[in-house]
Design a protein. Structure first.
Length: 566
């Protein structure tokens, strides 16, 4: 049945006196700039004019030809915020030819079930559609169900009077949304900047990407430098969908296009897009409907005095999947690009830091190995003391920053032996009292050497205090109890444990049980009880092994038969 068309509303100057109350009320409604209140007051007014109990108001989004449910009147289902298509339903003609229309017999309308209001009030008998336009373009639309009266001229006047106010309120609301997203983006970037932990950084990145764009999931692909493939490194929904380490061939998929072209790609219907790579969905069980993909660009840095340079390159791509409301927009793409660019830069710095740290450790280990090599009976001693010290720190629940200090400080704890004569270090017999006095100088010598390295000042206690005792009878300073730093107490326990369990020319190394018994017997006098107990836990749980135990395992592995030769 065709709807009843309504002529345009009269101008304000020709309003009869009987309409003055309506005109006054409209001015009151129009004075509100809050979009939700303005829409609710508008809907309430229209429902009162029509004697209707139920109604709903939608915001129209022309870029995706959808309406978003904003307010409702009466006891209707809560669809606030839900996006619904207008194509095919009774609202479709409002897009091209907006006007007040009345449908007296909804159940006889073939397009009723495709209309947004059907999901809210299936049993409705009739419906009045009220559009709100600006310059002939649809801005918002109302559905009034089962109206008892039909003051069509007044309804048309309400539409004409409030359309511009509703449009302005939507613009203001969008500005607030944009500002909120910008503030969220700033907060996200700030948090990403707070860590150089690569794995934590990547996890934050994908979680925030999904949150920022109101997407069901997000995924991060990184380029495999050897094969050129895109590796699905992380996904925000990884707890439900184990999709990590999936590989996409170079140039394949939507993510492949954005990485190869360096441009964002927006796809509203992935299943209908020839670029979609369905194997990822098949492996994960995740159904991709819509996609926004942006490249991860980074500035590759080459550091060094006089040779610093930068070169931009794409190291991967970031995807947001299945927008919860509507489709991804160009604004979404700009937001995600900002996040991806900042995160990629931080990621590059994190990798640079990791490379520098690895180089730093390699240099230290080479230095320590050369020092250990001066004494053939203590080869590998510093490395083992470092492993034992780190195990103690972890058992004590220390943070990563402190554990890093423990690792470096324990590696360098004997660096002062570089100032001890080889004749003393390599002597196979027990040292004389005078020789032992020279040997006792190595903590002070090591401290003097490392104090010149500004970035290593925090690890000096490991070098200077690992021969101190809680009872004050240690060296070089005779410190007692809490005067000895935790770093010094940790390395002291690890140092003695390795010394006791390693072979010497004048004695055979003790068993681990014997060494632990010795440490326990001297807790509180020589050694920190908490450090000894932590070392014991690490040994009992198999986290550490003595040098003799390692040698035994290596011999057993070499002597074990090779199944492939049978």
């Amino acid at each position: 049945m065709p709807p009843t068309a309504v002529p345009p509303s009269p101008g304000a100057s020709s309003l009869p006196a009987a309409w003055q109350d309506l005109f006054t009320r409209l001015n009151t409604v129009a004075a509100c700039s809050d979009a939700k209140i303005l829409l609710q007051d508008t809907l309430t007014l229209v429902c009162e004019l029509c004697g209707a109990e139920y109604g709903v108001m939608y915001e129209y989004r022309p870029e995706v030809q959808e309406v978003v449910c904003r307010v409702r009147q009466g006891n209707l289902p809560d669809n606030i915020g839900v996006c619904l298509p207008v194509g095919g339903g009774l609202l479709a003609e409002q897009v091209t030819s907006p006007g007040v229309r009345f449908y007296p017999d909804l159940q006889a309308e073939p397009d009723w079930q495709s209309t947004p209001g059907f999901a809210l009030y299936t049993e409705a008998k009739s419906m009045l559609v009220v559009p709100f336009t600006r310059n002939g373009e649809l801005v918002a639309v109302g559905e009034i169900f089962d109206p008892q009266e039909m003051p069509l001229d007044q309804i048309a006047f309400v539409s004409a009077r409030l359309s511009t106010e509703i449009h302005k309120a939507f613009l203001l609301m969008q500005g607030w949304r944009d500002n909120a997203r910008l503030q969220a983006l700033i907060a996200i970037i700030g948090e990403l900047s707070s860590t150089l932990d690569r794995d934590r950084l990547l996890r934050l990145l994908i979680n925030y990407a999904a949150e920022l764009l109101n997407a069901e999931a997000s995924s991060l692909f990184l380029v495999d430098e050897k094969t050129g493939e895109l590796v699905l490194h992380l996904a925000s929904n990884w707890q439900e969908v184990p999709v990590e380490k999936v590989r996409v061939p170079p140039g394949k998929g939507i993510i492949g296009e954005t990485v190869s072209t360096g441009q964002p790609v927006l796809v509203s219907q992935a299943a209908m897009d020839g670029r979609h790579y369905p194997k990822v969905d098949l492996k994960s069980g995740f159904v991709t409907r819509s996609v926004l993909a942006v490249p991860l660009r980074t500035q590759e840095l080459t550091l060094g005095k006089g040779m610093g340079r930068q070169e931009e390159r794409i190291i991967g791509g970031l995807e947001a999947l299945n927008k919860r409301q509507g489709d991804f927009t160009q604004q979404d793409a700009r937001m995600l690009e900002l996040l991806a660019r900042q995160a990629a830069t931080i990621l590059s710095v994190a990798d640079l830091y990791a490379d520098a740290n690895e180089l730093f450790l390699d240099v230290i280990q080479a230095l320590v190995a050369s020092i250990d090599a001066k004494d053939p009976y203590t080869e590998g001693h510093s490395r083992r003391v470092s492993e034992f010290s780190v195990a103690i720190a972890r058992e004590l629940g220390m943070p990563p920053e402190f554990i890093h200090q423990v690792r470096i400080g324990s590696l360098l704890h004997d660096v002062g032996k570089i100032g001890v004569p080889d004749s003393i270090l390599k002597k196979p017999e027990r040292l004389t009292e005078e020789e032992f006095s020279r040997m006792k100088e190595h903590p002070a010598i090591g401290g003097a050497i490392m104090r010149q390295v500004r970035l290593l000042e925090h690890i000096l206690p490991a070098i200077e205090e690992h021969h101190e005792r809680l009872d004050g009878r240690g060296y070089p300073h005779g410190l007692t109890d809490e005067q000895i730093s935790l770093l010094g107490r940790i390395v002291a326990v690890a140092d003695v444990f390795d010394a006791l369990t390693s072979d010497r020319p004048y004695r055979e190394g003790w068993s681990a049980e014997e060494a632990l018994s010795y440490l326990h017997d001297h807790m509180g006098e020589h050694f920190s009880p908490s450090c000894v107990q932590a070392l014991t836990r690490a040994y009992v749980t198999g986290k550490i092994r003595t040098q003799k135990e390692r040698d035994t395992l290596q011999r057993a592995e070499k002597e074990a038969p090779n199944p492939s030769q049978d």
